[in-house]
Design a protein around this ligand. Structure first.
Ligand code: HEC
Length: 153
């Protein structure tokens, strides 16, 4: 059934010159801007939790739970913007390693998504120590990918 739908879509695409994927026609510059925007929003909702985890600002479980829910959606957004056509674009810090070791890049995405999913669950547990530990785990996962795949400033 699925194959039939794909075949029909392909036939439709060929007959009308529509692109098969929604993103293949997007300009590389646009994809870079969009993936950076998704990353920026992740920082917006994750980084204020870090001083909470460190005890430098008052702990607020409701804020952690809200931000974790936002992150759970945001973390899915950047990845379809990492395509080889964006490699020559100016103003990107994405390293060529992304396309040389796609399995490792994917694993880093999955690790971070898993940590965010855990944060969503733990944030509702009422266990402050566990919530703080999971904030740290999540930031570590972001940083681990940046260490391998994002150019230093
Ligand atoms: C699988 C790898 C990966 C993961 C996981 C990841 N990032 Fe990124 N991030 C990148 C890459 C690559 C760039 C550079 C993108 C570019 O410049 O085109 C980037 C860029 C950024 C930027 C700079 C955006 C800009 O405008 O230049 C911020 C902020 C950021 N990430 C935050 C985060 C946060 C917060 C998380 C975790 C919730 C995270 N990232 C998870 C790979 C990752």
């Amino acid at each position: 059934m699925r194959i039939n739908i794909v075949a029909a879509a392909a036939a439709f695409a060929l007959s009308t010159s529509y692109s098969l994927t929604a993103f293949s026609q997007a300009k590389p510059e646009t994809l870079v801007e969009q993936r950076q925007a998704a990353m920026t929003l992740q920082a917006k909702y994750l980084f204020p939790l870090v001083p909470m985890a460190q005890g430098r600002v008052p702990f607020d479980a409701a804020t952690v739970a809200r931000n974790a829910a936002y992150l759970d959606v945001l973390i899915k957004m950047p990845w379809d913007g990492f395509v080889p056509s964006t490699e020559g674009v100016k103003n990107t810090r994405a390293l060529p390693a992304i396309y040389k070791d796609e399995a490792k890049f994917k694993a880093a995405q999955e690790r971070t998504q898993a940590e965010v999913s855990k944060l969503v669950v733990v944030s509702k547990s009422g266990n402050e120590a566990n919530i703080k530990a999971q904030i740290t785990q999540t930031v570590n996962a972001c940083n681990s990918c940046h260490d391998s795949f994002r150019a230093k400033r």
